[in-house]
Design a protein around this ligand. Sequence first.
Ligand SMILES: Cc1cc2nc3c(=O)[nH]c(=O)nc-3n(C[C@H](O)[C@H](O)[C@H](O)COP(=O)(O)O)c2cc1C
Length: 181
Amino acid sequence: MKLALAITGASGIRLSMRFIENLPSSIDLYVCASKNAEIVSLCEEKKAKLYDNADIAAAISSGSFGVDATAIIPCSMNSLAKIACGIADTLPTRIAAVALKERKPLLLAPREMPLSTIALENMHKLSSMGVVISSPTMAYYSEADTLEKMEDFLIGKWYDTLGIQHQLYQRWSDNNHKEHP
Ligand SMILES: Cc1cc2nc3c(=O)[nH]c(=O)nc-3n(C[C@H](O)[C@H](O)[C@H](O)COP(=O)(O)O)c2cc1C
């Protein structure tokens, strides 16, 4: 699978880094983010291709490159608004526009609190086009007792949406007699 991942300027960059860390090596990963030493070294380790935020001529900016799925983690309200309006002036917003025009899976993880009516309207608009809006929302039923385990749960849920196999969290089953999800 060719997976394009964009990292935008919302709080939660650690989540995108752990998303990259846990990816199986069978995924061809293409990352765009503003220059950040930690992301660069992580991409080298994972053999991911790293593009600059402004590299509009990158391979993943063309529909003909054939990206299978696109994720923006975390997604700022700024990038969310641009994507909802069809603005594609950065590589993250361009790869989202490509996913929309090619009718390919697009996952956005918007991070903001509280949410403005504008942000909610943008999410509603994109959701009605088939975009998966999947904010990093804590689930207490997962019984994660550390920040890492809570992050594993969030990343596992994103992998589920993208069809990536993982064992990052324990799935709810009939054997659980706890608070219902
Ligand atoms: C420390 C810091 C944390 C931020 N956290 C968020 C956030 O959680 N969500 C958000 O939408 N914007 C957040 N912002 C604001 C965005 O970075 C800003 O709107 C920026 O223009 C987004 O640009 P981009 O969408 O091109 O990445 C934060 C900014 C700073 C400096």
